[in-house]
Design a protein around this ligand. Structure first.
Ligand code: COA
Length: 230
């Protein structure tokens, strides 16, 4: 009986060709490996998201809570057609992005969370998920919204996104579209990375997703402000 019910509870899945990993050399010289992950690593990713749930600054709390639920929903087969990319430096997880495919034409951008700050890691991860939707999945457009002013600056302003009518999946907020045309007009300026990722870097990234301690995560996302408060 439970197995029969499960067949109704699990949404169907669309085939998605894999996202080829890439590496970006950051201003610090650090090598940011961006790669797709499968649902089995979700419990590890949740450990990194959890400390953000109580951080009001820069809207980490709402973004963290929603991302937590989306990743858990994917892990437990309760979200349809979600994909997730992660950013790692020497194995350490520094950011997460996810998207849900609505149809073969349209993807819905869900969340971008940067754990390491000040290096545009969130911007690179967002660009990577747009690259996946447009270039590898062949979508006509991606619908995007922002929960924070930094997000609005990074996506709506930097890409010059087109405002649309209707409601975004995230709380009914105003949707903005990245069309194929807009993507290719912005690509040279905003989408970075080299392929293939050298074997030694890829081996380190795949061997383990290292999660910083809760204190380190809070220190990284709150930075100088946290030191002043203490
Ligand atoms: C939005 C987000 C993904 C952007 O990531 P990013 O591109 O790596 O950018 P950062 O967050 O590091 O920096 C954004 C700005 O804040 C500044 N900043 C704020 N706090 C900082 C900190 N603790 N350390 C360093 N820089 C910080 C940066 O200097 C930068 O300024 P700039 O826009 O002039 O370059 C990231 O800010 C984030 O995860 N925010 C919380 C969740 C969120 O809002 N997600 C997007 C929802 S739409």
């Amino acid at each position: 009986m439970d197995i029969e019910v499960e067949a109704y509870l699990r949404p169907p899945e669309m085939y998605m060709p894999p996202y080829p990993a890439k590496v970006i050399t950051l201003a610090t010289g650090g090598k940011l490996v961006i790669r797709q992950v499968t649902r089995d690593v979700v419990p590890t990713l949740l450990q990194a998201v959890k400390p953000t749930l109580e951080v009001e600054r820069d809207y980490y709390d709402i973004v963290g809570a929603r991302l937590y639920a989306e990743l858990l929903g994917w892990y437990r087969y309760r979200v349809r057609d979600e994909f997730c990319l992660v950013g790692q430096i020497e194995g350490l997880l520094v950011g997460i992005v996810n998207t849900r495919s609505f149809s073969p034409e349209v993807d819905i951008s869900l969340h971008t969370l940067a754990i390491e700050r000040g290096l545009r890691i969130g911007a690179h991860l967002f660009a990577a998920k747009m690259e996946y939707s447009i270039e590898y999945l062949g979508r006509k457009e991606v619908l995007i919204t922002a929960e924070s002013p930094i997000g609005f600056r990074r996506w709506m302003i930097e890409y010059g996104l087109e405002k649309r009518d209707g409601q975004h999946e995230l709380g009914g907020a105003t949707p903005f579209a990245l069309t194929r045309d807009l993507y290719f007009r912005n690509k040279d300026r905003l989408v970075a990375g080299e392929r293939p990722v050298p074997a030694d870097l890829m081996e380190v990234a795949e061997r383990e997703i290292i999660i910083a301690s809760e204190d380190d995560i809070l220190e990284k996302i709150l930075g100088a402000k946290r030191r002043l408060v203490q």
